[in-house]
Design a protein around this ligand. Structure first.
Ligand SMILES: Nc1nc2c(ncn2[C@@H]2O[C@H](COP(=O)(O)OP(=O)(O)O)[C@@H](O)[C@H]2O)c(=O)[nH]1
Ligand SMILES: [Mg+2]
Length: 177
C-alpha cells in the first residue's frame, strides 16, 4: 500500500534537529521527542492554526534524510502541489559549527534524492535558540550565507514561532514560489 500524505509544510532536518519538537509546539500532535536519532518510523502530521481562521498541515517526516539513498522510508511524496505551494522547512540547530554549510549539505542530500524538490519554496529555521544568549543570535545573523529566508526559533521558549508561521504562510500562498 502506498501511503500518500498531503502536507503544506514538510520538515527537513537530520535526527535531533528538533522536527518533532516543533510539531509538538505548533500543533496538537504528540510526536515522540527524544535525544537520539530514529525515534519514529512513521510521519507525524499536525494542523497548525494560523491567525484566527486559517490553518495548514505540517509533517515531520522521519527518515527523509537518513534513508534517502537506500530509497527506504516514505520519501517526499507527501507534499501537496495543488492550490497552495508546499514549502520545505529546513532545520539546523544553532549548536551547529557551520549552519550555512549544514544547510547546503541537507539541500544536496535532497537534490540527490529527488531533483524536483529543489524547485519547491524553502526556508531555513535555526532551531534551539533558547540554548544561546540573545546577543549571540545578533552576532551570527550576518554570518549566515544561504540562498533562502531564514529565522531563529526555539520550540521550548517559543522564540520566533509567530514569525516562522508568518513566513511559512506567506510562502505557501505566494504566486511566485
Ligand atoms: N533546548 C532545546 N532543545 C530542543 C529544542 N527542540 C528540540 N530540542 C531537543 O532536541 C532533541 C531532539 O528533538 P526532536 O524534536 O526529537 O528532534 P527530531 O529528531 O528532529 O524530531 C530532544 O532532546 C529535544 O528535547 C529547542 O527548541 N530547544
Ligand atoms: Mg522526530
Amino acid at each position: 500500500m502506498e501511503l500518500k500524505v498531503l502536507a503544506d509544510v514538510g520538515l527537513v532536518g537530520y535526527p535531533n534537529a528538533g522536527k518533532s519538537s516543533l510539531l509538538a509546539a505548533l500543533t496538537a500532535a504528540k510526536p515522540e521527542i527524544a535525544n537520539y536519532p530514529f525515534t519514529t518510523l512513521v510521519p507525524n502530521l499536525g494542523i497548525v492554526k494560523y491567525r484566527h481562521h486559517a490553518s495548514f498541515v505540517m509533517a515531520d517526516i522521519p527518515g527523509i534524510i537518513e534513508n534517502a539513498h537506500e530509497g527506504k522510508g516514505l520519501g517526499l511524496r507527501f507534499l501537496r502541489h495543488i492550490e497552495r505551494n508546499s514549502v520545505l522547512l529546513f532545520m539546523v540547530p544553532i549548536e551547529s559549527n557551520d549552519i550555512s554549510k549544514d544547510y547546503g549539505i541537507l539541500l544536496n542530500e535532497l537534490k540527490m534524492y529527488n531533483p524536483d524538490l529543489v524547485d519547491k519554496p524553502r526556508l531555513l529555521a535555526i532551531t534551539k535558540c533558547d540554548l544561546v544568549e540573545k546577543e549571540w543570535i545578533d552576532i551570527i545573523r550576518p554570518e549566515i550565507k544561504v540562498d533562502v529566508p531564514f529565522c531563529f526559533i526555539s520550540s521550548i521558549s517559543g522564540l520566533g514561532l509567530v514569525e516562522l508561521k508568518d513566513l511559512l504562510w506567506g510562502m505557501m500562498n505566494s504566486d511566485q514560489p
